[in-house]
Design a protein around this ligand. Structure first.
Ligand code: B12
Ligand code: SF4
Ligand code: SF4
Length: 231
């Protein structure tokens, strides 16, 4: 007898049990079903929101084994495990170009919107969320409708995020990555390195989900290490 079709609710429950955050799901259009996605109809996104997901990582062997890219290795182990259990494909936001368009996908799965920093903003979690992977199903799963909520940036008149970076890395024309990395690696970069990006922290949305210093510092160290690695 064929395996029963999973429901999106059971998939989200499995993600939850694995300690990660379900981040909604969406259907691929016919023109998107090419290459590695040729047999895929539904994509369910998985991530970290606030501390949800981070705690599972912090308790994982990868967090303590001293090896490189611990969060990516943790994500692969857990999400590959879910994919195997469900008989589906796992996709990841990391691992080199060409990148899967997680930010674009996310806008179809949850009420997230582009912010002036380039990061997606969530009405509840603000800028404090990310994606760790996705499960790609051959089946067209029945999905709940995404609740449409406006972008918090539309009604944010002062836009404090744009003024908070000490080196003006957010110019309105993009993100000046070399300026940011030079600041982080220099003597004045301690505040961003220890507590997280000041521009991100200046956003009033989701302020209850600002990561504790250990989580923020981990992300900043990983970012700086990647910027300093030889090309
Ligand atoms: C390359 C990359 C970078 C580069 C360059 C980023 C840049 N702004 O140019 C570097 C290394 C500098 C970088 C830095 C950081 N990154 Co980065 N990065 C990526 C990565 C791996 C690929 C982006 C990409 O090129 N995608 C390919 C295109 C085709 O996909 P896309 O969805 O269409 O993405 C673009 C569109 O969404 C577009 N876009 C934005 N709005 C809209 C609206 C519409 C309608 C459309 C069509 C497109 C569009 O902007 C995206 C390009 O960045 C993504 C992961 C991923 N796979 O997406 C993470 C990602 C974007 N980064 C992320 C983060 C958190 C960071 C950092 C904060 C570092 C950190 N500590 O983790 C910093 C700061 C980022 C910043 N302020 O912009 C998160 C963002 C989470 C969020 N809330 O949005 C992602 C999604 C990774 C993840 N695992 O969740 N990053
Ligand atoms: S400070 Fe305002 S404009 Fe900037 S990300 Fe937050 S809500 Fe959006
Ligand atoms: S980490 Fe610091 S230097 Fe880099 S963009 Fe954010 S505020 Fe600016």
């Amino acid at each position: 007898m064929p395996e029963p079709k999973p429901t999106i609710e059971s998939v989200f429950q499995a993600v939850d049990r694995a300690g990660l955050a379900p981040r909604g799901a969406f259907r691929l259009g016919p023109d998107e079903r090419v290459g590695a996605l040729a047999n895929v109809q539904t994509i369910a996104l998985i991530g970290i929101v606030g501390r949800r997901g981070w705690e599972a990582f912090a308790a994982s062997p990868e967090a303590r084994d001293g090896g490189g890219d611990p969060l990516d290795r943790f994500s692969r182990r857990v999400i590959d495990g879910l994919a195997e259990e469900l008989g589906v494909i796992a996709l990841y936001p990391f691992g080199g170009a060409p990148h899967w368009p997680f930010q674009r996908w996310a806008q179809r799965a949850e009420p997230v919107h582009p912010s002036p920093l380039g990061l997606m903003i969530h009405p509840r979690y603000g800028l404090w969320h990310s994606w760790r992977g996705a499960l790609a199903f051959a089946e067209a799963l029945a999905l709940p409708e995404v609740v449409a909520l406006p972008s918090p940036c539309d009604s944010c008149r002062e836009k404090p995020c744009l003024a908070a970076c000490p080196v003006g890395a957010f110019t309105g024309a993009g993100y000046d990555v070399p300026a940011c990395a030079a600041h982080l690696g220099g003597p004045a970069g301690g505040d961003c390195m220890g507590g997280g990006c000041l521009a991100r922290r200046a956003c009033p949305v989701g302020s209850g989900h600002v990561p504790e210093s250990e989580q923020a510092a981990f992300a900043m160290r990983a970012f700086l290490r990647a910027r300093q690695a030889p090309a």
